[in-house]
Design a protein around this ligand. Structure first.
Ligand SMILES: [Zn+2]
Length: 104
């Protein structure tokens, strides 16, 4: 039913738009600085070095990057569907970008 591979690349400023300035500065920063890495010795939470951010049609923001410590690949996902404001903004960005990408 859901097509999870259907996603669009977004930028940090889009994430800020979706979450709002306050959540972006608190929640998002905390998430990015505390990703659990099981490849590290010992495994633990580290900052993620962001390579690409994605938005999917369900309003999930996926952050792809690498562990700051051991450089292995990490992913952090932020779901927005529980927050009507964030989800609404995510869908606005989704619709605008998807329209643009269709003509690439
Ligand atoms: Zn690591």
């Amino acid at each position: 039913m859901s097509n999870s591979s259907h996603r669009i690349p977004i930028k940090l400023e889009d994430v800020e738009l979706i979450l709002g300035k306050e959540l972006f500065n608190t929640h998002f920063s905390t998430l990015v600085d505390n990703v659990y890495c099981q490849t590290c010795h010992p495994p633990g939470t580290n900052a993620i070095h962001i390579r690409q951010i994605w938005l999917d049609q369900q309003g999930n923001i996926s952050i792809d990057g690498r562990c700051e410590k051991c450089r292995s690949k990490l992913r952090q996902v932020i779901e927005t569907h529980n927050d009507p404001d964030s989800y609404g903004q995510a869908m606005v960005i989704w619709e605008i970008r998807e329209d643009l990408l269709r003509f690439d």
